[in-house]
Design a protein around this ligand. Structure first.
Ligand code: ASP
Ligand code: MG
Length: 455
């Protein structure tokens, strides 16, 4: 088993029958790929989140359920008649369940109910891709990941209980991986110790794959998506973006944290714990190769990539009492900690602190900046909250120890109003906070200045 590869396919990779067939080809081309982890078909989680919001009326729910039927029936339509009938029956069972849960959501939404609704996306895609494997002549078996993916009860962004997962994997999953059929399971979803369904937060399937990789002690984790690897920036925003052959864990983690959509930010944590190399490639064009994320790389360029993260909230806290006083930062951070808010950037002056927070990756998509927390902060300082900001980050190596690096970045950003800068804490990044509408042009300019020319 020590050569084991785990292959994770994202929503666009399992969007329809043809895409699923490409996944099957990718999996079966590598004899070491024994475990397959899938996301919901493209668009499905968004629809389910909408249903779970409780904000739709009866007619709208019916419309969304019809849409879900259509997405999945496109796949079942390609299967042999008797398999098709079985799959359509299975689909109807799920849709019926979703309909019942939607009625519950209309009476009042909750994160717990949201997870019970959204899990159907991954359950359906994994069920159907097993049939695509079979149709193409390969033995494959469905495995409900909730049997092993134990999490806490923080619905919508549950934390895995890594030790329990390891133990349950040994008991229930590893014995299956030695046998013939390829095992297909779900990303994103899990269950708490009471057996209630949880989710790891939007985009969490990558994280699931990495956690399973760790639990199985896999040799490699392959994240198959719709782009051939990690690029120097998002190619949809900057057409000159170039593929990157290899990245260190540190660089990739910075990229994920700062908004490169390619990997869920937590993905690398389990891989790093076990030193498992992670491959990122396109399931539609596997021949194009991809990016390896590894402990070490051949080169360590100053500038490796630029990334953009939207939906940033800036909180400026001003307290005249801060002059010469101690404990103000500790107070502020203990309040953030109490409300479970993780602070990204921090900048301080004599009487004020500016911090940025992310609007959050909770499955429900509802920002979690509570009035209660703000009131607590207001008790000892003036609080100003600003939204509609974006973070642009430069990712590279030896950034805070190489002379002259910042000049190039500041030159590129000359036309833009930079709201906040963070530099010095990490050798791997330099971050700028900008107004939302200036962020993309700033990203383009940075890419051009730092990555399209020689270093
Ligand atoms: N289906 C989930 C989502 O859309 C998880 C994932 O795709 O990784 O967020
Ligand atoms: Mg995804």
């Amino acid at each position: 088993m020590n050569q084991l590869d785990i292959a994770k396919f994202g929503g666009t990779s399992v969007a329809n029958y043809e895409s699923m067939a490409s996944c099957v080809k990718v999996v079966t081309a590598n004899p070491h790929t024994r475990l397959v982890v899938v996301s919901a078909c493209a668009g499905v989680t968004n629809i389910l989140v909408e249903i779970a919001s409780g904000a739709l009326n009866r007619a709208e729910v019916t419309d969304r359920i019809a849409k879900l039927r259509e997405i999945h029936q496109q796949i079942t339509a390609q299967l042999a008649p008797e398999v098709q009938a079985k799959c359509n029956d299975h689909l109807e069972e799920h849709l019926n369940e979703i309909k019942n849960l939607a009625a519950e959501a209309m009476m009042g939404r909750s994160d717990e109910l949201t997870d019970r609704i959204v899990c159907h996306g991954e359950l359906l895609s994994s069920y159907l891709i097993v049939e695509v494997f079979k149709k193409m002549g390969f033995a494959a078996e469905f495995f409900d990941v909730r049997r092993i993916m134990r999490t806490d009860s923080e619905f919508g962004c549950a934390k895995p209980l890594v030790e329990v997962l390891g133990f349950l994997t040994q008991q229930h999953l590893l014995p299956l991986l030695d046998k013939e059929p390829i095992i297909v399971t779900q990303g994103f979803i899990g269950a708490n110790t009471e057996g209630m369904t949880t989710t790891l937060g939007r985009g969490g399937s990558d994280y699931s794959a990495a956690l399973l990789g760790e639990a199985c002690n896999a040799a490699t984790i392959s994240i198959w998506t719709d782009v051939p690897g990690v690029y120097t920036t998002d190619p949809r925003l900057v057409p000159h973006a170039m593929p990157i052959e290899e990245l260190t864990y540190l660089e990739a983690a910075e990229m994920a944290t700062f908004g490169a959509k390619i990997l869920h930010p937590s993905t690398l944590v389990p891989a790093v714990r076990r030193n498992i190399p992670v491959f990122v490639g396109s399931s539609k064009e596997p021949e194009k190769g991809g990016t390896w994320v590894k402990p070490e790389t051949k080169t360590y360029p100053s500038f490796r990539a630029v990334a953009l993260r939207k939906n940033q909230t800036l909180i400026v806290l001003v307290s005249p009492k801060m002059v010469g006083a101690s404990g103000f930062l500790a107070n502020v951070f203990s309040i953030f900690a109490k409300y479970g808010k993780s602070v990204d950037l921090v900048s301080t002056s004599e009487v004020s602190i500016a911090v940025t927070l992310d609007a959050g990756s909770n499955t429900s998509g509802i920002p979690t900046l509570s009035e209660e927390m703000l009131n607590e902060l207001r008790q000892f300082c003036h609080v100003k909250v600003e939204n509609k900001l974006s973070l642009v980050a430069i990712i590279g190596n030896n950034m805070s120890s190489t002379a002259g690096l910042t000049t190039k970045a500041f030159d590129a950003l000359k036309p833009y109003a930079v709201r906040m800068i963070c530099y010095g804490a990490s050798n791997h990044n330099l971050c700028f906070l900008l107004n939302e509408d200036e962020a993309v042009p700033a990203l383009v300019a940075l890419h051009q200045h730092l990555l399209e020319h020689e270093e």
